[in-house]
Design a binder for this molecule. Structure first.
Ligand code: 8OZ
Length: 373
């Protein structure tokens, strides 16, 4: 029986253990440029089998929050290169999560103050963050405009270019397609945000098309063995929802099966919230079966509110990797602590988004706690 602490080959990535650091937005990249402090933060956590970066915009249009990083300019790529080098030096593996927020944005964050883009001109009833006079301010997202069908190849190409740059220039081990949490790809997939009447709306096949085109284009550029995808079938994040998520995601997973992806990353339940949603039941085992029966061999990564006991249980019932979010914020040495059944530091919600070293790089390892006491 494998444990959390056993190594695993995941596509082209050789992971030291099954413990993954989940993507975590931290809003500490002014002007979208990754910093030395971010390098310190990721390097502190390099004992994870795999680090998945915070969501990272593939274009200025893909930006939706103040001080989140990008991957579309030279300075941004240079910043990430310093981070991947430091993580590799520390023996870690790191993939970047590729992000286009779609409608979850504000005109002030968009090129030339334009409207954010979306499958349809339907506003998300959700907020984003701007910095006003140095302070984070929550504002309603702006009314988006519907993307024209002839703009979609450009979006696919932008994802592909970001993936190529991520590997060739920024030195990442791989990429994760962010197709979860109510952002652009999830907006196209789900009925609450997509009312299109062209080849990208209506049927499940049409709504899944953009996600599949993006993933295929990335696989063509960097190979399936360096590509993962994150999905959240029933989350309500960012005002998203679908009438029949089981049918939608079973179809998507059957289509993804032939791409030889490194991993499939599933957020179970509401992202960062309830794992069980009584009004939106979902059979994750059936989803996995759909993928495996279609020939999918990628590692199965589960996420959302796991502790050690739940993670071990998941491995015993067929998961390959477990992604931890908040525990990794507060415990740079989470792998060691889980291994030793040690107590965990408690994360401080007030410093999750924005700020500096406080609540970011100053959580002590167990060793630091014992020597400073
Ligand atoms: C929290 C705050 C802002 C963005 C996600 C990228 O939910 C995010 C995010 C999370 O995937």
């Amino acid at each position: 029986m494998s444990t959390l602490f056993d190594p695993l080959q995941v596509g082209e990535l050789t992971l030291a253990n099954r413990i993954v650091m989940a993507p975590l937005t931290r809003n500490r990249a002014p002007n979208a440029v990754p910093t030395a402090l971010m390098a310190e933060y990721y390097t502190q956590r390099a004992s994870a089998g795999l680090l998945i970066t915070e969501a990272t915009a593939i274009s200025h249009q893909g930006q939706g929050y103040a001080d989140v990083p990008g991957l579309y300019g030279t300075e941004q790529l240079d910043g990430w290169k310093r981070i991947t080098s430091a993580v590799h030096q520390a023996g870690g593996k790191i993939v970047v999560q590729l992000w286009h927020v779609g409608r979850v944005s504000h005109t002030e964050l968009q090129p030339a103050g334009a409207a954010p883009v979306a499958p349809s001109a339907i506003a998300a009833k959700t907020k984003t963050v701007l910095i006003k006079n140095g302070a984070a301010t929550f504002v309603q997202t702006s009314m988006p405009r519907a993307l024209l069908a002839d703009e979609l190849p450009g979006i696919v190409h932008t994802y592909q270019a970001a993936a190529r740059n991520a590997i060739e220039t920024a030195g990442f081990d791989g990429i994760e397609v962010h197709a979860a949490n109510g952002y652009l790809l999830d907006q196209f997939m789900k009925t609450s945000a997509n009312q299109r009447s062209d080849d990208y709306g209506g049927s499940i096949e049409n709504r899944a098309r953009l996600t599949l085109e993006v993933t295929r284009a990335i696989v063509d550029a960097i190979g399936g063995g360096r590509t993962g995808i994150r999905l959240s079938p029933v989350t309500s994040s960012n005002d998203i929802g679908d009438e029949d998520p089981q049918a939608l995601f079973n179809y998507l997973l059957r289509e993804l099966a032939s791409l030889n992806l490194a991993y499939i990353h599933i957020v179970e339940g509401v992202t960062g919230g309830a794992r069980e949603v009584p009004e939106r039941p979902f059979d994750y085992a059936a989803l996995k079966r759909a993928y495996r029966m279609a020939g999918g061999r990628g590692a199965w990564m589960v996420n959302n509110g796991y502790d050690k006991a739940m993670a071990e249980q998941a491995l015993n019932t067929g998961a390959d990797l477990v992604a931890f979010g908040r525990p990794f914020i507060a415990n740079p040495d989470l792998v060691r602590r889980l291994h030793d059944n040690a107590e965990l530091n408690t994360p401080d919600n007030a410093t999750f988004y924005g700020g500096g070293a406080k609540g970011y790089t100053d959580y002590p390892t167990r060793q630091q706690s014992s020597t400073s006491a």
